[in-house]
Design a protein around this ligand. Sequence first.
Ligand code: IDP
Ligand code: MG
Length: 140
Amino acid sequence: MAVERTLSIIKPDATERNLTGLIIARLEAAGLRVVAQKRVLWKKKDARKFYDVHKDQPFFKDLINFMTSGPIVIQVLEGEDAIAKNRAVMGATNPVDAAPGTIRKDFAVNLQRNSVHGSDSPANAKREIALCFKKSEIVG
Ligand code: IDP
Ligand code: MG
């Protein structure tokens, strides 16, 4: 294991329900450290660029509408094995399949409104962090 960085997003369904602090507490309790953070409202073009990998999926348009429907909190998380650790704390994409005690099991509304995003690989973590933050905005 090595110290890694991963990109996390607290999605509009969670900011709307004022769950930002509860979700960050879960991440910190798991040993992840917030080394960059901002609350923003994405334009459609921002969301399309971020989720470009899903552009051919049937859910793409709905996903873009959802991710631009309200404020999001974007973070860089740092820690041992941070990419896999964050995915474990998040739980499965569909909350119906998520393990007990995970963020998605406890907070997600449904498959789309599933409260959090987390990078799924070192290559995607690097791409997503570079897309969302300047180097000078990340303070470890
Ligand atoms: P992940 O967020 O667990 O990595 P992805 O497959 O990368 O899941 O999908 C990105 C996001 O798109 C999901 O978190 C969810 O918000 C949404 N999504 C994924 N699959 C579906 C679907 O079948 N219907 C509606 N929304 C979906
Ligand atoms: Mg994904």
